[in-house]
Design a protein around this ligand. Structure first.
Ligand code: FEO
Length: 395
């Protein structure tokens, strides 16, 4: 299936309705995803990006229904990750001598993954490729989302092929941002930024400001995942500028795991204290063992403060919380407060350990956290409520 985008530009990618996990088990894709590839048929014909490897044969067969492959003059590889380059080996088997345009790091990435020796043409920011009346302008975009990434701009049609940036893991039969459910789209955009792009926020800010300084008109943003932004594409650029600036809302997220319900009870008393101290703050509560970790991370992204809870086990913390802390460390959140809580029966190291890991993950600690011995009694309940009140008052 191919979709007309604008003038001589066509979407020739793959809608992956059944995808539920991406990057191994790292990212949940409740709504599937798309791998967007674009065909530009000007005086010269260009293919921009391909699809994930399992769909390589289907992709090439579909492309053949749209065009004689030998009529493709240039192949653009904006990014080497295999959700975009996975079908390149199958394509290049048919057109082995056609030039493949990518960054210098793109050559390393494509060679390293596909062990190929294609006709690479290395480009840098500002390099141009004539298609006749229109031209492509290349813009290196390292860390959006890998060091090799670049964007490609098509003059005349004013289309920015942005690759991963501004995307969503969101399968839809409608293809364009103005046609899909707006609340679903908003949720998937934020989840994608929070879970994938947060650690690169300084580069996101720098790159967007650089691209804006080129003063190129942008009528469409053709991403490599999810919908094409054709109605008010500036809205997603502005969202990225907001999200990249140490984003937070008036929210506290409480995340715990509990062996025998005691740490869960503590979480509920603490939430009661937060609510007593602040009637307006939005509070989200998750048992991480029963929750989707990417949804939890999206709420961490939205929060001004988080509270982590874990029972003590084997002189340490539960592995579900340890995994979440590792995720939080890697995402390099900034300007967020935190503390921790947990029940114990014997040694009681969990709170100290969570505090240390929170600090290493870049969170600003508020107080020392709170422990409760065995099942929280009336005194422990009061102490937890008080802890919640003080936490809310100190963030
Ligand atoms: Fe969609 Fe970084 O690949």
């Amino acid at each position: 299936m191919n979709v007309h985008v604008k003038n001589n530009v066509y979407w020739v990618g793959k809608v992956d309705w059944e995808l539920r996990k991406f990057h191994g088990d790292e990212y949940s894709t409740h709504k599937g995803s798309t791998y967007n590839s674009y065909l530009v048929k000007e005086d010269k014909t260009v293919l921009i990006d391909t699809v994930w490897k399992p769909y390589a044969r289907e992709f090439v067969d579909n492309l053949k229904s749209e065009i004689d492959l030998n009529k493709i003059d240039y192949v653009i590889a904006n990014h080497g990750e295999i959700d975009h380059s996975g079908a390149l080996p199958e394509l290049m088997r048919h057109i082995p001598d056609k030039p493949v345009y990518c960054t210098a790091s793109g050559v390393k990435s494509l060679r390293g993954q596909h062990h190929c020796d294609w006709n690479f043409q290395v480009v840098k920011t500002g390099d141009k490729l004539s298609l006749g009346e229109k031209e492509l302008i290349f813009i290196e975009a390292p860390m959006l989302h890998w060091p090799d990434t670049m964007m490609t701009y098509l003059t005349g049609d004013n289309i920015l092929f942005s690759n991963d940036a501004f995307g969503q893991h969101y399968a839809s039969e409608y293809f364009f941002n103005d046609l899909v459910d707006q609340s679903e789209l908003a949720v998937e955009c934020m989840k994608y930024y929070a879970n994938i792009l947060t650690p690169f926020s300084p580069m996101v800010l720098k790159k967007i400001n650089e691209v804006l300084s080129f003063k190129l008109p942008v009528d469409y943003i053709c991403t490599s995942h999810g919908v094409i932004w054709r109605k008010d594409p500036a809205q997603i650029i502005n969202k990225y500028l907001e999200w990249a600036g140490n984003y937070q809302e008036n929210q506290i997220t409480v995340i715990y795991d509990s062996m025998w319900e005691n740490t869960r009870k503590m979480s509920e008393y603490i939430v009661e204290g937060i609510r007593q101290a602040d009637s307006k703050v939005n509070i989200k509560v998750y048992n991480i063992a029963h929750s989707d970790k990417n949804d939890v991370i999206t709420d961490v992204f939205k929060s001004k403060a988080v509270l982590l809870g874990s029972s003590t086990i084997n002189n340490g913390i539960l592995t579900s919380i340890a995994g979440l802390l590792e995720e939080m460390r890697g995402l390099k959140f900034k300007n967020k407060k935190a503390s921790s809580f947990g029940s114990y029966g014997w040694s009681g190291e969990s709170v100290k350990m969570m505090n240390e890991l929170l600090q290493k993950a870049g969170f600003d600690l508020v107080g020392d956290g709170i422990k409760a011995l065995w099942t929280p009694d009336g005194e422990a309940e009061k102490a937890c409520i008080e802890f919640g009140k003080n936490f809310a008052a100190n963030i």
